[in-house]
Design a protein. Structure first.
Length: 114
């Protein structure tokens, strides 16, 4: 049972990245999924959530209009498309499975800098 994030990296302000989170070992399509992030010295914060079917999404105010969460239940993967990135988006990004027993991935670093 695990979540594995990928797609992080270094990008200039205004650039884009697409994060992926591959799930295994559980029935992915039964769970809501979320992306969180944690910047150095700050608490982990919720970025976006998607329901199990993908029919509903929610976003933190700080990323609305720039980030899009989506999922492919056939591929057991959740995505985070990040556009118009800003330096303040720099953080380690984590995916998380919803439900009574949460499950976290190991995180992927996103650095926005010129």
């Amino acid at each position: 049972v695990q979540l594995v994030e990928s797609g992080g990296g270094l990008v200039q302000p205004g650039g884009s990245l697409r994060l992926s989170c591959a799930a295994s070992g559980f029935t992915f399509s039964s769970y809501a999924m979320s992306w969180y992030r944690q910047a150095p010295g700050k608490a982990r914060e919720l970025v976006a959530t998607i329901t199990s079917t993908g029919g509903s999404t929610n976003y933190a105010d700080s990323v609305k209009g720039r980030f899009t969460i989506s999922r492919d239940n056939a591929k057991n993967t959740v995505f985070l498309q990040m556009n118009n990135l800003k330096p303040e988006d720099t953080a380690v990004y984590y995916c998380k499975r919803g439900g009574i027993i949460p499950l976290w991935g190991q995180g992927t670093q996103v650095t926005v800098s010129s």
